[in-house]
Design a protein around this ligand. Structure first.
Ligand code: UGA
Length: 434
């Protein structure tokens, strides 16, 4: 099939590459000329494991362009995969989605299916269809299908190739057939439903995962008070198939481009319809507090950050990506800097983006070992492999080896006997420092 994809972000690009891989002819469209030029020439502008390799393998079925009029004019299907960032009031900003809809309406010259992959509030697919129909330049039939994505950054290719399900929201038999053809070579269960339910599946899934994380984080904080170990608690809970063992890793809170925005957007939508989602509200509040958990812990060891050297291991919101959106580092490091700390930071991918967002007394180091040297305290914010590989002795080059671990990277038992403090999330503090 001939497919056009609007948006060359990680969702659009991963979708384009995988759909080319399963045999479709795909053109990926973006308004960002520099990005399209880079996609044509390489290297791949998006940090996503396996993406450059799969892209290189499928270049014969993959093209990149800014010329949307040509790309959309004569194709079987057009995916909308542009961002829906958060507005100041928490609602979803749909301006990019509707801008693409306008371009499609102006360009299509034959019947086609428009597939909305962007995460959009319930009811938006209907509005996009109305908008398209009222702006069409040619006498063609357009059907709009909701097809939310469930890709995680860092595993997007694997998630798309071997996903748990494909959700398709449409009431049209012909559109349903087009969707079945697009995905026929991906062996995944397909959930066919109406558009509103498909849109809701996306939000309800992300918000449930966010809730699960905030729940285990609250339990972890209580474990600290009561002397229980949250890792054992999560293991014991997760063995119950009704609960499941995923997304029960306690830590410094969720970040990224999805959970923070999608929890706020659904909460906003509920309120708009006079139906507040109290559990989602609680998940948001717990997460905001959790991001400050290590700052609060630091007060046990120092009255202030004034004059301290703080080693920060990890800047991105999770490993495997250079994405900093809603990363705990963006909250924690400015607090340290504002109260007079000098920060030494390590991140294998996120440094360049971080420099554009935060400035001040920060030294960037190439290795965790270099970062730790002479530091008064260490904050672990992202569980990069380089950080997980560290041994207790590596922390002994710090001036005072006080390790605040926001990602529970190490077994507290392995820290026993070393002259350090190891204070993690939801587990007993190991302290052998005078
Ligand atoms: C998330 C969802 O997992 C995807 O299914 C969804 O498609 C995507 O959002 C989206 O809507 O586009 P992503 O934001 O890439 O994917 O990252 P996750 O792996 O879900 O992690 C999100 C945050 O939760 C990270 O900060 C991570 O550190 C945190 N997390 C995750 C925990 O704190 N504990 C856990 O047990 C799991």
């Amino acid at each position: 099939m001939n497919i056009a994809i609007a948006g060359a972000g990680y969702v659009g690009l991963a979708s384009a590459v995988v759909l080319a891989h399963v045999g479709h002819q795909v053109v990926c469209v973006d308004v960002d000329e520099a990005k399209i030029e880079q996609l044509k020439k390489g290297p791949c502008p998006i940090h996503e494991p396996a993406l450059p390799e799969l892209m290189a393998e499928n270049l014969s079925r993959l093209t990149f362009t800014t010329d949307y009029a040509v790309a959309y004019s004569n194709t079987d299907a057009i995916f909308i995969a542009v961002g829906t960032p958060e507005k100041a009031d928490g609602s979803a900003n749909l301006s990019y989605v509707f801008a693409v809809a306008e371009q499609i309406a102006a360009s299509v010259t034959c019947d086609c299916v428009v597939i909305v992959k962007s995460t959009v509030p319930i009811g938006t697919n209907e509005k996009i269809e109305q908008h398209l129909k009222s702006h069409l330049k040619h006498d063609v039939t357009i059907e709009v299908v909701s097809n939310p994505e469930f890709l995680s950054q860092g595993t997007a290719i694997r998630d798309m190739l071997y996903g748990s399900r494909i959700v398709v929201g449409t009431e049209s038999e012909s559109a349903r057939q087009v969707m079945a053809n697009i995905y026929e070579n991906l062996e995944q269960p397909v959930v066919f439903t109406d558009r509103r339910s498909a849109e809701m599946i996306k939000y309800a899934s992300n918000d449930f995962l966010a809730l699960k994380i905030s729940y285990i984080n609250e339990i972890a904080n209580l474990c600290e008070v009561l002397g229980a170990n949250v890792e054992d608690v999560a293991r014991g809970m997760g063995m119950d198939p009704r609960i499941g063992d995923k997304f029960l890793r306690a830590g410094i809170g969720y970040g990224g481009s999805c959970f923070p925005k999608d929890t706020k957007a659904l909460h906003w939508l509920g309120n708009f319809h006079d139906h507040e989602l109290k559990t989602v509200k609680a998940a948001i509040e717990v997460n905001e507090n959790q991001k400050l958990r290590l700052i609060k812990k630091a007060r046990k060891y120092y009255d202030s950050f004034e004059g301290l050297i703080v080693a920060v291991l990890g800047l991105t919101f999770k490993p495997g990506t250079d994405d900093l959106r809603e990363a705990p580092s963006l909250v924690n490091i400015p607090i340290m800097l504002d109260s007079g700390a000098k920060v030494k930071a390590f991140d294998p991918c996120g440094v360049e983006k971080f420099k554009r967002k935060v400035s001040g007394n920060i030294i960037y180091c190439d290795t965790p070992e270099e970062t730790l040297k002479d530091a008064d305290i260490c904050f672990i914010l992202t569980e990069w492999p380089e950080v997980l590989e560290l041994q207790p002795v590596h922390f002994l080059t710090m001036k005072r080896p006080i390790i605040l671990d926001g990602r529970n990277c190490y077994d507290p038992g392995g820290m026993e006997g070393y002259p350090l403090v190891y204070d993690s999330i939801g587990r007993t503090v190991v302290s052998y420092l005078d």
